[in-house]
Design a protein. Structure first.
Length: 118
């Protein structure tokens, strides 16, 4: 028994370290892709064109790992992350009457995030 009690804390510490390292790697990847996406956006681009840019699509490809960073972005500097969010979670909490209103669309997604611990 004594031997097992020493192993568990070591495994817990190693697991916590690995989880934190993975989170940091995901955050760096998200930031790199976000910044690349912002550099590629051109004046006059339609939303559909912006969301089809490769960095945006790669953020979608990150799946649920991107969600904490997408919601952080919505809280601090809202941009058109709605397509990515809907693609990742397969839901759309935006009421039809809110379409086109960035503030209301952002509030709908942040409300959704809040009920799910983001």
């Amino acid at each position: 028994m004594a031997e097992t009690s020493h192993v568990a804390p070591k495994l817990s510490a190693a697991l916590a370290f690995a989880i934190e390292k993975n989170k940091q790697m995901n955050e760096r990847k998200f930031e790199r892709l976000k910044n690349q996406w912002l550099r590629e956006i051109r004046a006059g681009m339609r939303i559909k064109e912006m969301t089809m840019l490769a960095p945006y699509q790669q953020i979608i490809g990150m799946g649920e790992r991107a969600l904490p960073f997408l919601f952080r972005e919505l809280r601090t500097k809202p941009r058109y992350w709605f397509w990515a969010l809907e693609s990742i979670v397969c839901e759309n909490p935006i009421p039809e009457e809110s379409y086109g209103d960035m503030r209301l669309m952002t509030e709908a997604w942040l409300g959704w995030a809040g009920t799910r611990g983001y």
